[in-house]
Design a protein around this ligand. Structure first.
Ligand code: MLT
Ligand code: MN
Ligand code: ZN
Length: 304
């Protein structure tokens, strides 16, 4: 099974168009050792068919950067044969508009609460019904195994995670199971798995067990510190307030990752443009290297 990182940044991407934080500014000035990153998405497959997990606003650029996802077998074609959503946030769903030329309705896997958000607060699926439409498949956020027929060889499990649904969700201030998911993505033949959780503010027993059993964890790398946006004068909100567990500090992601087996591949993904780990010569990047924690990059491929 292969996981291709199409976009490794959080909402806004890196650099973000209107941001002058040290990272975005340094990128533009060419003074920072770093690389640009597009917004959050991965592709999962075992052969020539791939599931697009999250439809980023940058999906068209991502497909252009991954030419093997266009096998050219017919006048209209794509190696992407299904779409899976972990939430209904803007950075994970806006790409659905860009995929409207599909010659068939998109098999679209999401929970009931994400489906509700995408037909009410942000009615993108209603708009899509005027184009290719979707063939909606229900994800139960209960950990039970499901298969996506259009993407053979992969077994999926969805676990509810503590995070935040989109601002247009009626559940924004009181999240419900199913608003945000971690996906356990398993190679059906080998049983080896990857845990993918780009947004989580806490790790419960069930998710922790899945992480301990995984060959690779691809987890929330949004913020280094809880007050990162406050310190930069960008927002009054803490990382945890908007559904993201910071890496540093007590109970932070690095403490969790340190308790995983040494053989587990540990990768941070969904990285906000303010995060100092994007600066490859920063003390924070050095600390990750010391701990054996990787920072996802666009185009990275993980074979499991
Ligand atoms: C989030 O995960 O908090 C999002 O990236 C927010 C957004 O899309 O603006
Ligand atoms: Mn996001
Ligand atoms: Zn920035």
């Amino acid at each position: 099974m292969k996981i291709r990182v199409l976009g490794s940044a959080a909402g806004g991407g890196f650099p973000q168009w209107n941001c002058n934080c040290p990272n975005c500014k340094g990128y533009r000035a060419g003074t920072l050792q770093t690389r640009a990153r597009t917004q959050s998405s991965i592709a999962v497959g075992t052969g020539s068919s791939w599931a697009l997990v999250n439809a980023s606003p940058d999906v068209l650029a991502q497909l252009q950067s991954n030419p093997d996802l266009q096998p050219g077998r017919a006048i209209r074609d794509s190696a992407i044969t299904a779409i899976v959503l972990v939430d209904g946030q803007v950075d994970h769903t806006t790409g659905l508009y860009m995929l409207r030329e599909s010659v068939r309705p998109w098999p679209l896997w999401c929970t009931d609460s994400t489906f509700a958000d995408l037909t009410r607060g942000n009615p993108v699926l209603g708009v899509l019904s005027f184009f290719c439409g979707v063939d909606r498949r229900r994800i139960d956020p209960d950990g039970s195994a499901f298969a996506i027929d259009a993407v053979p060889g992969v077994r999926w499990h969805a676990l509810p995670v503590a995070s935040k649904p989109a601002p247009y969700s009626p559940n924004r201030e009181s999240p419900m199971p199913g608003d945000n998911l971690a996906l356990v993505i398993e190679d059906a033949e080998s049983g080896r798995s990857v845990v993918y959780a780009p947004g989580l503010s806490a790790i419960d027993d069930r998710l922790w067990r899945a992480m301990q059993g995984a060959a690779c964890v691809l987890v929330d790398g949004t913020f280094w510190t809880d007050d990162e946006m406050i310190r930069l004068g960008i927002s009054a909100k803490r990382a945890r307030d908007i559904g993201h567990l910071p890496q540093s500090g007590a109970g932070g992601m690095l403490e969790w990752l340190a308790r995983l087996p040494a053989a587990t591949r540990k990768i941070l993904i969904h990285i906000n443009n303010t995060n100092p780990i994007l600066n490859e010569t920063s003390a924070e990047a050095a600390e990750l290297a010391r701990r054996g924690v990787e920072v996802a990059r666009d185009g990275m491929e993980i074979a499991v």
